[in-house]
Design a protein around this ligand. Structure first.
Ligand code: HEM
Ligand code: HEM
Length: 193
């Protein structure tokens, strides 16, 4: 390969970025979903932590809690879009062979399951609840005279499942950074960058 060609290919690698996933890198759409949702999940866990740890009527708790439902509904819509995009890209995304590859896949599936179920049960509870629900001021579910009992029951474990999701996310971050970046020294982290 001539130096010119080499230079040219290098430039192409830098400037051409795929929207779709490829076997050696997540595409732009997946990367934007991943990192914007990572930031939003951090804010969501912060709000839940304030709700759990701070006393009632604490101003910081009220501020952090005030966006919990709106952000949770936003995350729910984002995870559905991201999941659909992931399915469209299923055959061409980065994947690893072997037991560790299978474990990573199982871990990612667990993340998706919790990312869907945790907000979904609360949204179901709000749909059948007496208080109604609005999304950024727009009424989504009206106020009712009496709550529908089963819709409240499914949300009983919302908080606990939310904390399980937080633990799985923590494990995911440790695997991506400590395991892949510093122990294995492979390029798993790079393909999401
Ligand atoms: C992915 C999105 C969500 C995550 C990760 C999440 C996480 C959590 C966590 C960890 C708690 C427990 C806080 C504590 O221990 O005090 C909690 C509580 C709560 N969340 Fe969420 N949440 C999400 C979405 C939503 C949505 C969409 C709504 C409302 C429509 C909602 C409403 C509530 C309410 C009312 C509580 C307090 C009562 C309870 O623990 O069930 N959350 N959330
Ligand atoms: C500092 C924080 C984070 C780091 C360093 C990180 C790193 C990574 C890396 C390197 C991959 C690619 C793995 C592979 O190629 O096999 C990945 C994929 C993934 N990450 Fe994260 N991640 C972080 C936060 C999060 C959060 C907060 C969530 C969800 C709540 C999340 C959910 C996922 C999922 C579901 C995948 C599979 C690919 C996909 O469908 O998008 N990550 N992450």
């Amino acid at each position: 390969m001539s130096p010119y060609e080499k230079e040219h290919i290098h430039e192409r690698d830098i400037f051409m970025t795929n929207l779709s996933d490829t076997p050696d890198r997540f595409g732009l759409v997946s990367r934007v979903f991943h990192w914007s949702m990572a930031v939003l999940f951090a804010l969501q866990f912060l709000s839940a932590a304030a709700h759990w740890a701070l006393p009632r009527a604490n101003p910081l708790r009220e501020t952090l809690w005030s966006y919990h439902a709106n952000l949770g509904m936003t995350l729910f819509m984002l995870v559905l879009l991201r999941g659909a995009w992931g399915l469209l890209n299923l055959g061409k995304r980065p994947a690893d062979a072997g037991l560790m590859g299978q474990a990573a896949k199982a871990g990612h599936i667990a993340l998706y399951v919790f990312m869907v179920i945790v907000p979904a049960v609360r949204i179901i509870a709000a749909a059948g609840g007496a208080r109604g629900l609005s999304y950024f001021g727009i009424s989504v579910f009206p106020v009712r005279e009496a709550a529908i009992a089963w819709t409240q029951a499914v949300a009983e474990w919302h908080g606990e499942m939310g904390w399980i999701l937080a633990a799985v996310v923590l494990g995911h971050i440790v695997m991506a950074t400590v395991w892949h970046r510093f122990i294995q020294r492979d390029d798993v982290l790079k393909r999401m960058m």
